[in-house]
Structure formats: structure tokens, C-alpha cells
Write a protein that binds this ligand. Structure first.
Ligand SMILES: [Zn+2]
Ligand SMILES: [Zn+2]
Ligand SMILES: [Zn+2]
Length: 165
């Protein structure tokens, strides 16, 4: 677990928030908001941010995504929940690159929370419901994908937990 544990409360409703295993952010059990301990520029997923508005809409926050980069691939991201929208090709490239460069400790994947498989969200591009499936391999994450847009939605921390092999 994170050693620099701070006591945080939810910005939206003021309730105490709880840590999520393997992620650097916290979840409000009361209103489902995500709370972050560090600025977006130094988030664990290493999103390179811009101020430019993208084409997509955040499936969680319902606000316009912004244009950014993950490594050198184009992505869009949500400045509020820090989710990332990218093409399936970009996802595979970024993940393979990060896995081969990863020099950190071998981490035991956190078991998937089966509840995550029940959450259905609209695609940031076409707004139709995305498919939800566990992405196995060596890290574990539940990812959302749209086969019409050939794109993937990643919740914050997911690319990072998949990278740790
Ligand atoms: Zn809250
Ligand atoms: Zn969002
Ligand atoms: Zn779509």
C-alpha cells in the first residue's frame, strides 16, 4: 500500500474516502467520486496533458475529454476522473512498450472486483454501451471497449496495473 497515506475527504460530498488496492486514488463510497492525492501532471499513468478539447465525452463525468499523449500515442483523457480513451492499436502499443521497459518490482495482481464487470458505460465516441471484460495477462484490470470505434476506455490506474508484470 501507499506509504504516504494522507487523510482525504471527498470534494463533492465531504465523506471520508477509502483506498483502492493497487491504485493511487481513493473512492468515495458515498457518491462514487474519485479523489486524487497528486496533480494530474504527476499521475501514475503518465498522461501528457494539453488544454485542447478532444472529440470524446467522458463516460463517467459526461464532460468533454481533452487531447493528450500516452508515451507518443494520441489519446484523450478526462481532467476530472483521469480516465483515458484511446484506439485499440494505441493501447496495445503503449502497453507492450511499457511492459518491456518496466523495471519496478514484480507485483502480485490485485484480484478483480467482480462488481466492476456489472458497470456499463457509454462509449466516449458513439455513446453506445461499451463491452466490459477482464483484461488478463499479467496485470489485472477490467476494461471497457467499443468494437464500433475500435477504442478502449481505461479508468485511472488501469494501464499502470497492466504494465506491472
Ligand atoms: Zn462523495
Ligand atoms: Zn471523467
Ligand atoms: Zn463507440
Amino acid at each position: 500500500m501507499c506509504s504516504s497515506h494522507r487523510s482525504l475527504s471527498c470534494e463533492a460530498c465531504g465523506a471520508p474516502v477509502s483506498a483502492i488496492d493497487g491504485r493511487e486514488h481513493f473512492l468515495c463510497q458515498f457518491c462514487d467520486s474519485l479523489v486524487f492525492g497528486q496533480p494530474l501532471e504527476s499521475c501514475q499513468d503518465r498522461i501528457v496533458t494539453t488544454e485542447d478539447e478532444g472529440d470524446g465525452t467522458c463516460p463517467r463525468c459526461d464532460q468533454p475529454l481533452r487531447v493528450g499523449k500516452l508515451d507518443h500515442r494520441n489519446v484523450e483523457y478526462c481532467q476530472t476522473c483521469r480516465g483515458i480513451w484511446l484506439s485499440t492499436n494505441a493501447f496495445v502499443d503503449v502497453l507492450n512498450g511499457r511492459r518491456s521497459n518496466y523495471r519496478g518490482p514484480q507485483l502480485t495482481p490485485v484480484p478483480l472486483d467482480p462488481k466492476e464487470l456489472d458497470v456499463r458505460r457509454p462509449c466516449p465516441g458513439c455513446r453506445r454501451v461499451m463491452e466490459v471484460h477482464p483484461y488478463h495477462g499479467k496485470g489485472n484490470a477490467v476494461i471497457d471497449s467499443c468494437h464500433r470505434c475500435l477504442s478502449i476506455w481505461l479508468d485511472p490506474g488501469e494501464i499502470t496495473s497492466l504494465e506491472r508484470v
